[in-house]
Ligand binder design. Structure first.
Ligand SMILES: Cc1ncc(COP(=O)(O)O)c(C=O)c1O
Length: 402
């Protein structure tokens, strides 16, 4: 009897991330890892202390499924002063296991199989698979380099009777784009006209540069009842492993999100919810420091990449540089990334991770949520990039680009 395939058709629609291969190669070749977007420095000491303290105080059992009262109150306070979004912690906040789970719960709460979801491309690599897991079809709309601008006619054409949601991410991974007020206003107007929900991932809301201010689309006319705003402490407080995130939404949308979330994960880690609440309560004086530190890291990596001959646009927010490698003469981003990790000793993410095939082959992504020592080590290695690229291409029988 032929072996039956024991796996679902749905699982076949998902491809294993190239990032995993890069991480494996990075370990084998002892590369400096500028691939995965997590900090290699500790969370602020007071925040670590809150986590230890919460466990010791016995906060170790399930919380109410949509999040501890203390954390929801802290989030509501922050949403009011920072995002200018007024939320009732009793009916408009759902705490989940990272903004990753929140995005999945939000999509499952508003999208049915056969529906369509508009996603800007390039996109944070989870959004495509998230839509597929809901049985929905992602409809991609290109952001155009160098400014990653929006073609609103293309957005308009992407809407149809099946469209239920538009996914936004600002500040944006991987481009560093911060959506402007004008862009968000036009998108809000379209969302209202087409009667769809906007699910906005604002996980990098505190990492903005050059005087930019964060704007939540939920605050724009007509958007309060049709926006799900997602955030969390992962990036702001360097606690990506804590797995805490939240959705802010109208009571009606929140009811649906909470039901999905309950059956997905029950609740986020209880002691870390308590510590995240303490972190938020103490954070107003922390944000300026965060801003200064990330500005310095952005300048440092920008300088390193420029010296190495990599052409990049300065990010407006988040903590990534997207470098254009088309002048190097490699076949594509995957070949370049493999070469970079094995021959130069620096791990990055190939651009194709953020586009649907065959997109992204001109780009690679570097992250700068790293210590000075890590960035210095990357600088030393990238200093040899041009010579090693010429050698590599000559060995492969191809000419180096000028
Ligand atoms: C745009 C974006 N959203 C969400 C996440 C994941 O956030 P969390 O740790 O809260 O799940 C990331 C992590 O890289 C990200 O870049």
């Amino acid at each position: 009897m032929a072996d039956r395939d024991l796996t679902s058709k749905r699982s076949h629609l998902l491809n294993e991330s190239v990032i995993r291969e890069m991480t494996r190669l990075a370990t084998t070749h002892k590369a400096v890892n500028l691939a995965q977007g997590f900090p290699d420095f500790g969370a602020p000491e007071n925040i670590q202390a809150h986590a230890r303290d919460a466990v010791t105080r016995g906060i170790n059992q399930y919380t109410i499924t949509w999040g501890s009262r203390r954390l929801r109150e802290a989030i509501a306070k922050k949403a009011a002063w920072f995002n200018r979004i007024q939320v009732d912690p009793e009916t408009m906040i759902t705490v989940g296991c990272g903004s990753t789970e929140c995005m999945m719960a939000a999509l499952m709460a508003v999208v049915d199989p056969g529906d369509e979801v508009i996603v800007f491309e390039p996109f944070y690599e989870n959004y495509g698979p998230d839509s597929i897991l809901c049985g929905a079809t992602p409809r991609f709309v290109q952001l155009s380099p160098p400014e990653w601008s929006i073609d609103f006619e293309q957005v308009e054409r992407a809407f149809n009777a099946k469209t239920r949601a538009l996914v936004l991410n600002t500040p944006h991974n991987p481009t560093g784009k911060v959506f402007t007020r004008e862009e968000l206003t036009r998108l809000a107007e379209m969302a209202v006209r087409h009667d769809v929900v906007v699910i906005t991932d604002e996980i990098y809301e505190h990492i903005l540069f050059d005087g930019r201010e964060h704007l939540s689309i939920a605050t724009l006319p007509g958007m309060a009842n049709r926006t799900i705003t997602i955030g969390g402490p992962s990036k702001t407080f360097s606690v990506t492993g804590w797995r805490i995130g939240y959705c802010l939404a109208s009571p009606a949308l929140t009811l649906a999100i909470r039901k999905v979330h309950d059956f997905l994960t029950v609740c986020a880690p209880a002691p870390l919810q308590d510590a995240a609440a303490a972190a938020l309560d103490e954070a107003e004086s922390y944000y300026p420091r965060l801003h200064l530190e990330y500005t310095a890291r952005r300048e440092k990596l920008g300088h390193i990449l420029e010296e190495a001959g990599l052409s990049c646009r300065k990010p407006e927010g988040a903590y990534y540089y997207l470098a254009d490698i088309s002048s190097f003469g490699f076949r594509d981003d995957v070949e370049f990334s493999r070469f970079l990790v094995t021959e130069v000793g620096v791990a990055v993410v190939p651009g194709s991770s953020f586009w649907m095939p065959p997109g992204g082959s001109r780009w690679i992504r570097f992250c700068f949520c790293k210590t000075d020592a890590t960035l210095d080590a990357a600088a030393t290695r990238l200093g040899a990039l041009k010579d090693k690229a010429s050698q590599y291409l000559a060995t492969a029988g191809r000419a180096a680009a000028s």
